[in-house]
Design a protein around this ligand. Structure first.
Ligand SMILES: [Zn+2]
Length: 254
């Protein structure tokens, strides 16, 4: 089965999908400042690339994959003061994910996977709350491979693991691979490194990019980004999504 976008189908087409082999994938991004060189939708681009790549892998395993429209508004308090960042209340995100799962359940789809590209702790907490609520309701199985946690985090690049993982080499490489026309490349190559770790800043109780030592809303080594690294990171992200879903299928079959 080719991968299909839910929003492009008609209701009789959705009605005819074999529920036994179906999985819905929800990309989750953000509209958030990503340095002076990347678009606000960077995490949307990353989440959609992860979702598409994972979906293609699952489809070659005979699954019928539905790509849901991306959730783009979300909590982004670390970037809140930068022009253009859009903020959603965390409970609104939790409720949105829960309601999407309930809608799928109403139509007899019982497997939902989240492809998340945004790493703000408030956002991650809101997703975890939704996952717990969906688990608790017991109607739809929900899969959320959190790339900031083991085992998944260990598969990603050194810069990502260092915690300097916002608009640096890791994220810039992905945008260079998927939407190069959106990267302000001349500016990018002049950006000095910013090795500060956001993970350390969060642990120290800091709550904004500026406080964390990122006055231009980037961390890491963006000038070192390459499209090749982006392509291989997307492959890894897609494999993580595929594996998380296969683990869930094996668990619920066993
Ligand atoms: Zn990002």
């Amino acid at each position: 089965m080719p991968v299909r976008g839910l929003a492009e189908l008609t209701w009789p087409e959705v009605g005819g999908i074999d529920r036994e082999r179906a999985v819905a994938i929800l990309p989750i991004g953000a509209i958030e400042a990503h340095g002076p060189h990347l678009p606000l939708a960077t995490d949307v681009i990353i989440a959609e690339a992860m979702a598409r790549t994972g979906a293609e892998k699952l489809s070659t395993r005979g699954m019928d994959v539905l790509l849901l429209p991306t959730l783009t508004y979300t909590p982004a308090p670390f970037a809140a003061d930068f022009p253009g960042t859009m903020m959603l209340d965390p409970t609104a995100l939790t409720g949105s994910i829960r309601s999407i799962a309930e809608s799928l359940g109403r139509h007899d789809f019982d497997l939902l996977a989240l492809a998340n590209g945004h790493l703000d702790p408030a956002h991650l907490a809101a997703i975890r709350a939704a996952v717990e609520q969906v688990h608790g309701a017991g109607q739809v199985r929900i899969v959320f491979p959190d790339v900031t946690q083991r085992p998944w985090a260990t598969r990603l690049t050194a810069e990502f693991k260092s915690g300097a993982c916002h608009a640096g080499r890791y994220e810039t490489s992905i945008v260079l691979a998927v939407r190069p026309e959106l990267v302000r490349e001349q500016l990018l190559r002049t950006l000095p490194p910013n090795a500060r770790s956001l993970a350390a800043a969060i642990a120290a109780g800091q709550t904004s990019f500026v406080e964390a030592g990122g006055p231009r809303a980037y961390f890491g080594y963006p000038a070192e980004a390459t499209a090749d690294e982006g392509t291989s990171t997307i492959t890894v992200l897609g494999a993580i999504l595929e594996e998380a879903i296969m683990i869930e299928l094996a668990r619920s079959a066993g």
